[in-house]
Design a protein around this ligand. Structure first.
Ligand code: UDP
Ligand code: MG
Length: 233
């Protein structure tokens, strides 16, 4: 059976409303379960002329991150980097990581930070712009810590698209993108991973005052209107 509405709303219902839906305080920080292993190999992304502006976009499977990111990127001039897409590109180009990534995605688990952060770093470095929306990352505290160690650029904004689980499953099962992980079993697993591993990241940025929670129920246009004020300054 599907679970009832996501426990996310419970997490955030106690937060007082403030400017732009920011849910910025009052949340106890769950124990981090980072087992990080990475060491910085070199000094971050300094091959770029200017320190890039980074924004993270988080939310469960099928919540509409990719759709909204495309609109935000086009309207406000960001480069949209979907980390899921970077990983899928490794699979389709049969790189040394392809097989491991395929296996991990098929199980709905999280690919090791070592691989993900390396791909992300190189995508940031090779982009022509210096303003980024990073979609679907960091997915765990381990991801976040590895990002801080290897890339180390504080995100300005962390968007969190919030939606109940039944709706997320429904969207995933009807999006017809031919993805190997868009089936009921893997999607339930992805939701579990989201709750266990990504929610602590969301709480972390909430406590830092960087989190903007967006109600992701509605039409594409309605949701975009909720996002607009965050970037329209
Ligand atoms: N994934 C990952 N690390 C990331 C981003 C994605 O391991 O930083 C993997 C993970 O297995 C996830 C899958 O890629 O379930 C699909 O991620 P994507 O963000 O494309 O899915 P969405 O949440 O948009 O449905
Ligand atoms: Mg996506």
């Amino acid at each position: 059976m599907l679970r009832r509405a996501s426990s996310l709303s419970v997490f955030f219902s106690a937060a007082k409303p403030s400017l732009l839906n920011q849910v910025a305080y009052g949340l106890s920080f769950l124990e981090a379960f980072s087992t990080t292993v990475l060491k910085p190999t070199e000094a971050g992304i300094l091959s770029k002329a200017r320190t890039p502006t980074i924004n993270f976009v988080l939310g469960g499977p099928g919540v509409g991150k990719g759709t909204q990111c495309a609109r935000i990127a086009e309207t406000y001039g960001f480069t949209h980097l979907s980390v899921g897409d970077l990983l899928r590109k490794e699979i389709s180009s049969n790189t040394e990581y392809g097989e491991m990534i395929l296996e991990t995605i098929t199980k709905g688990k999280i690919v090791s930070s070592e691989v993900t952060v390396k791909l992300l770093k190189s995508a940031i470095e090779s982009a022509e712009t210096d303003r980024f929306l990073i979609d679907g990352f960091p997915r765990s505290e381990e991801n976040r810590v590895a990002y801080e160690e290897i890339i180390g650029i504080e995100p300005e904004v962390v968007l969190f698209f919030d939606c109940d689980e039944v709706e997320m499953i429904n969207r995933v099962l009807h999006r017809n993108q031919g993805r190997i992980d868009d089936n009921i079993d893997t999607t339930k697993q992805r939701l579990k991973v989201f709750e266990a591993y990504t929610l602590p990241v969301i709480k972390y940025y909430s406590e830092k005052g960087k989190l903007y929670k967006i109600n992701a129920i509605g039409t594409e246009d309605e949701i975009f209107e909720r996002v607009r004020p965050i970037f329209a300054t």
